[in-house]
Design a protein around this ligand. Structure first.
Ligand code: 8X3
Length: 243
């Protein structure tokens, strides 16, 4: 599948995996609308402010994206976050709501709003996680949210079966981005320790997976891709290099 001349919408485009994917799409001559709350950091063909937790923000974003692009060939539902690493009895309403509103409601809302504008031979890619495949301790709301995303992807695949729209989830393990700084609420030292001695996956290596799925022939649907550093077998288990 040639991507040149196609259009894409990428959420969470201001950093990490979103920014890397925007870059790779643009290198493939795709016209990209990137959405993020920190719109000033988005380096896309068109940068638009987007808060996936706000219905009005999503509606305005999709209207403007479609007005500018004419239609959508690729939607990359990338925006997401985790908050905290604590046993569930230490959880709180605020963290749970923010994680679920962003990772689940936001993804479903953006998919629902974009779907009428996705053209034949379109493709919806989801940023999943190994947390949505196997639970690990001290991450219940994130684990629950990513299991929900995987359930949604499977359900959507059923609903769209027979239509020329492909669906892929890319389920990643530890990828060195701002993800851990957000998760640990600005504690950079703890965030850095997550990636120490494990040769973490880079955002571009995840974007490579997205690009692989997008560039298969039109009849090939890559349902799921799982990517982890060799030093990680699960969310609970890494073997660190002696430093
Ligand atoms: C991020 C990977 O291992 O922190 O989705 O859950 S992990």
């Amino acid at each position: 599948m040639k991507l040149e001349g196609k259009t894409a919408v990428v959420t969470g485009a201001s950093s990490g995996i979103g920014a890397a994917t925007v870059r790779q799409l643009r290198e493939a001559r795709v016209c990209v609308v990137g959405g993020a709350r920190r719109v000033e950091r988005v380096e896309a063909d068109i940068a638009l402010v987007l808060d996936v937790t706000e219905p009005e923000s999503c509606a305005a974003f999709v209207n403007e994206a479609v007005a500018q692009l004419g239609g959508i060939d690729i939607l990359f539902n990338n925006a997401g976050l985790a908050l905290g690493r604590y046993p569930f009895w230490e959880s709180n309403e605020e963290d749970e709501a923010r994680v679920l509103h962003t990772n689940v409601d936001g993804v479903m809302r953006m998919t629902r709003l974009c779907l009428p504008h996705i053209r034949d031979e379109g493709h919806i890619v989801f940023m999943g996680s190994i947390a949505g495949r196997q639970a690990y301790p001290n991450g219940a709301s994130y684990v629950a949210s990513k299991f929900a995303v995987r359930g949604f992807v499977y359900a959507l695949r059923e609903d769209l079966l027979g239509r020329p729209i492909r669906i892929t989830t890319v389920d990643a393990g530890l990828v060195e981005t701002e993800f851990s700084i957000v998760r640990f609420k600005g504690d950079v030292e703890t965030a850095d320790s997550v990636y120490a001695g494990i040769d973490p996956i880079t955002p571009d290596e995840v974007a490579d997976c997205v690009m692989f799925a997008l560039t298969r022939p039109a009849h090939v649907n890559v349902d799921e891709l799982v990517i982890k550093t060799l030093r990680q077998s699960s969310g609970a288990r890494v073997v660190r290099r002696e430093e």
